[in-house]
Unconditional design. Structure first.
Length: 274
């Protein structure tokens, strides 16, 4: 995980995109490993996507890991910061508030189809302001159609408000494979085991072990997306065996890590074809 971060201001150009009369506008930005886009919000909704690299996005309500095959929908006015876990080629969309309601009023991690990816790249080649019946307008319509049918990925990591729990959660995010007992983690936050057991469901909606599992799933998708072998991922996350890790992964996401890897490879080949 990122330890030393370099704060970077949100792009002024991206801020100007908020004033466009177009329903959907696309924006590109290159960011370096360990860059931190400091907390900000937009009047428009944002589909946060990168064709290359991995981002960690934080809002007051939760944390999301966003590898290249995923995108995070951020409704209008949601404050967020973005941490670059690698070099990132961001290709993001800003969507007018009214039209964005069909995507949802809550943050959502979405599957990015090959078609949606190509539509985003196509809109980047168009002017920021365009007429509804122009080529760009038709591309924007197709984007909205794809987003309306994009499936959710249940990988939100809810964030607590209690300072003691926040200290524990930060430590787990920084080293998700650390083999600590619940008593050890409670000590990190200066709390008792009983307090952690009582507060976690109230603050996050999840039991402590289920919260840790969400962190493991997010980290696993990041590692698998960059090509790590299943056994390597299982070991890095502290699982006793590859089969134990695969069983957890399958129960949570209804697919095995190997099936996930095969889909990513098929997708990579499809995108590389002329």
């Amino acid at each position: 995980m990122v330890t030393t971060l370099k704060p970077v201001s949100p792009s002024q150009e991206a801020m100007h995109f908020q004033d466009s009369f177009s329903v959907v506008v696309a924006f590109a930005r290159e960011l370096a490993y360990r860059d931190l886009l400091t907390a900000h919000s937009h009047r428009r909704g944002q589909l946060l996507y990168a064709v290359e690299g991995v981002m960690q996005v934080r809002t007051p309500q939760g944390v999301w890991m966003v590898p290249p095959q995923r995108a995070l929908w951020l409704p209008p006015h949601v404050e967020h910061e973005i941490r670059m876990l690698s070099k990132v080629s961001m290709r993001t969309l800003y969507i007018a508030e009214e039209e964005g309601r069909v995507i949802g009023a809550q943050c959502r991690l979405l599957e990015v189809s090959v078609l949606l990816r190509e539509l985003i790249l196509a809109l980047l080649a168009e002017p920021r302001d365009y007429q509804p019946h122009s080529r760009a307008g038709h591309v924007a319509e197709l984007i909205m159609s794809e987003l309306a049918r994009s499936p959710d990925i249940p990988l939100a990591i809810p964030w607590p408000g209690d300072r003691r729990l926040q200290m524990i959660c930060e430590a787990i995010l920084a080293d998700p494979g650390r083999q600590f007992s619940l008593a050890d983690w409670a000590g990190v936050g200066g709390a008792s085991v009983r307090t952690v057991i009582r507060l976690f469901p109230r603050e996050t909606g999840l039991q402590f072990r289920h919260w840790v599992q969400q962190v493991h799933l997010g980290e696993a998708l990041v590692r698998l997306s960059r090509g790590d072998a299943v056994g390597v991922v299982a070991q890095a996350l502290g699982y006793r065996s590859q089969s134990a890790f695969s069983n957890m992964f399958r129960k949570a996401l209804r697919t095995t890590p190997n099936q996930y890897l095969r889909r990513q490879e098929k997708r990579r080949i499809t995108l590389s074809e002329p």
